[in-house]
Write a protein that binds this ligand. Structure first.
Ligand code: NAD
Length: 256
């Protein structure tokens, strides 16, 4: 038994590094936006800026896909959308179940972005009999007793867990025993899964903590630069964070 995430090598099949795989959805999102605006080609710099990635890294990533673009023209948007979708396995339909139909489960069920990216919600499942049969986003909630049958009947390979932490491991075990091999876990707990099962954990509070770290660092840098800045600017910062702008009174640093 492996604890938490399954241990995979840093590269996947066909030698594409995990870090590249993790950036492919970012490129795909930016390319889809271009495609919707009927933009035919895009340069690596434009696409890198739209995806929030360094352009040298983008070119390296695309070389793993065998996509090199055309000098002076750039990359063919539609072809790249197809290539990345194929690489991510999005050209096929992925039935997904969501287990735990409280606030978060219902919000996810209502999110249209899954279906448009090839993730079909096969069933919404909850242990609460009061919820059984209730329509959420047009689908009836099924009782947790039916979980194994639903997974088998729909050949579900991806399960989303949005139950309280205390129920998540049991739900995970049942999903895996029924044949699910990928879990997206929103519950704040580390799941134990057998080899061959992938777990991705989503934790918005961790993302917020990372942002808090950056905020703190930015505040530290600002303070440091105010202490080393020329006397006039430093005085302006001490006087409430207002530095004289080009026309003398535009605050460059807003007071907190
Ligand atoms: N990852 C994040 O960023 C994030 C954000 C918000 C909430 N959460 C977590 O997501 C989970 C759900 O949050 P919520 O606000 O929707 O909670 P909620 O209480 O509204 O919903 C939980 C649902 O799970 C059901 N449930 C409980 N045990 C079950 C079982 N064994 N099988 C099937 N269903 C079961 C309950 O009946 C309930 O409907 C919690 O663990 C919460 O901590 C995570």
């Amino acid at each position: 038994m492996a604890t938490g995430r399954t241990h995979r090598p840093a590269t996947r099949s066909r030698g594409i590094p995990e870090a590249t795989v993790a950036r492919l959805p970012l490129y795909l999102r930016a390319l889809t936006a271009l495609s919707e605006r009927s933009v035919p080609t895009v340069s690596s710099e434009e696409l890198a800026a739209a995806a929030g990635v360094n352009s040298a890294k983008l070119r390296k990533d695309f070389s793993y896909l065998g996509s090199y673009g055309t000098r002076g023209v750039g990359y063919d948007v539609e072809y790249l959308v197809y290539q990345i979708s194929r690489e991510l396995g999005l050209t096929q339909d992925w039935p997904v179940v969501i287990v735990g139909m409280g606030n978060l489960g219902a919000a996810l069920a209502g999110y249209g972005g899954f279906a448009s990216r090839g993730f079909r919600i096969a069933a919404l499942i909850d242990a609460d009999v009061q919820l059984t049969g209730r329509l959420i986003a047009g689908l009836p909630v099924r009782h947790a007793d039916e979980l194994e049958g639903i997974v088998e009947d729909n050949q579900v390979s991806i399960g989303v867990i949005t139950t309280p932490a205390g129920a998540a491991q049991e739900v995970c075990d049942r999903l895996v025993a029924a044949g699910v091999t990928s879990i997206l876990n929103f519950a704040p707990t580390v799941l134990t899964v057998p080899d061959g099962v992938d777990v991705r954990k989503v934790d918005l509070s961790i993302e917020l903590q990372i942002l808090a770290f950056h905020e703190q660092r930015k505040a530290g840098e600002e303070l440091e630069s105010s202490l080393t800045a020329p006397p006039v600017a430093a005085k302006a910062v001490r006087d409430g964070g207002r530095r004289p702008g080009p026309d003398g009174d535009v605050p460059a640093v807003m007071p907190a």
